[in-house]
Design a protein around this ligand. Structure first.
Ligand code: NAD
Ligand code: DAU
Length: 332
């Protein structure tokens, strides 16, 4: 592969993937196609080699723009999505446009171009909640919120194009991802930056929901492993193996920021809040992938990054974010 299209490459994981592949493959050129929504940020890729990185501002819901940008690309890796569950509860229309129609446009453009590989980045949330054990790729999808329903819709469209037209679609389902450059609406960067500013940490419900945390670099390596070594028509789970209750995560963040538990503010639960996510990632491990960043190292590095990089998150938290925050947490 010499030229790949990365959609959503100005977001959190997508920009990590762009940095990773440009570093790992010296002859690779990346076409980074991103709408620059509130979550997209060109600062996330400001240090990459401009000779091997072409940025195209575009919308995956625009079929012609997707087709044009994919010209000459050997593969496409789709990160572009509306990604925040709470925003999908406020309104799901954009989620359908991007996460379902956008995926349709990508697989249709790949069909017309004869693209060698199409990797659709998806989420453990498509399985729904699990009380015990861990989901395998053969388990049925049962999404329970508008975000995860949209992601499942995109997946199903992708797989339909594999079965119907032979488009070489591979799907990855990643668990909760954390690390530098994550937009501070998600729990980890929200709580770290609130703690730095001595603001309350709004913990939903009883705080006992469980997420399985995956460091962003490990997620990017897992996606690339599936892209290069996975089989078309297959799904691969990617999980960090770090299950934590939200309350434990919150206390760890407070300890690492040197703040007290009095900043914890229990608030009304998220509607339809999935209790626990857990994945079995043996299928991807059989292809040679394994997480490399342990929990203690990953969370300490992440907290330190937000402490050291206020230039990155302070402008974000003072912009559109303030109106969102008031709407989301004002009366909670
Ligand atoms: P993010 O919200 O940080 O970034 C999304 C990016 O997509 C932004 O750069 C945004 O501008 C772009 N985008 C949004 N709509 C677009 C459109 N219509 N056309 C083109 N670009 C558009 O997201 P993230 O957390 O980096 O997630 C990336 C992918 O990984 C998503 O598909 C998400 O579903 C999946 N995922 C995320 C996690 C997680 O914990 N963050 C876990 C598993 C899977
Ligand atoms: O599991 C993968 C998914 O992880 C991705 O597909 C999504 O794109 C990503 O946003 C994430 O979804 P979650 O809903 O799990 O992430 P979020 O950071 O919003 O919430 C994590 C947990 O923290 C969840 O149990 C809800 C809780 N939470 C979240 C926020 C924002 C709080 O208690 N308070 C908060 O303010």
């Amino acid at each position: 592969m010499n030229r790949i299209m990365v959609t959503g490459g100005a977001g959190f994981i997508g920009s990590g993937y762009v940095r990773y592949v440009l570093d790992a493959y010296p002859d690779l050129h990346v076409v980074n196609f991103d709408k620059l929504t509130y979550a997209g940020n060109r600062d996330n890729v400001k240090d990459v080699d401009p000779e091997r990185h072409t940025f195209v501002r575009g919308d995956v819901a625009d079929a012609d723009a997707v087709y044009d940008a994919m010209t000459g690309c050997d593969a496409v890796v789709n990160f572009a999505a509306e990604t925040h569950v709470d925003r999908s509860i406020m309104g799901a229309s954009e989620f359908i446009d991007t996460d379902v129609r956008g995926v349709h446009n990508i697989v249709e453009a790949a069909r017309r171009h004869g693209t060698e590989r199409v990797l659709l980045v998806s989420t453990d949330e498509v399985y729904g909640s699990i009380a015990e054990g861990a989901f395998r790729e053969t388990d049925p999808v049962a999404p329970r919120n508008p975000y995860s329903a949209s992601k499942a819709g995109g997946e199903l469209m992708g797989m339909a194009f594999y079965h119907t037209f032979g488009v070489p679609v591979i799907i990855t389902r990643g668990s909760n991802t954390y690390g530098p450059y994550q937009y501070p609406e998600k729990v980890m960067p929200l709580f770290i930056t609130n703690a730095i500013d001595d603001e309350p940490l709004p913990l939903y419900g009883d705080g006992r929901n469980v997420r399985d945390w995956l460091y962003v670099d490990d997620h990017c390596r897992g996606i690339d492993c599936a892209l290069r070594h996975g089989a078309p028509g297959e799904v691969y789970n990617i999980a960090g193996g770090n299950e934590r209750e939200n309350i434990a995560l919150t206390k760890q963040i407070l300890e690492l920021t040197g703040k007290g538990d009095d900043l914890i503010k229990p608030v009304k639960d998220r509607p339809g809040h999935d209790r626990r996510y857990a994945l079995n990632a043996d299928k991807l491990k059989a292809l040679g992938w394994a997480p490399q960043v342990g929990w203690e190292e990953g969370v300490a590095h992440t907290v330190q990054w937000y402490k050291d990089n206020e230039w990155w998150w302070r402008p974000i938290k003072s912009g559109e974010f303030r109106a969102y925050y008031e709407r989301q947490y004002g009366n909670r």
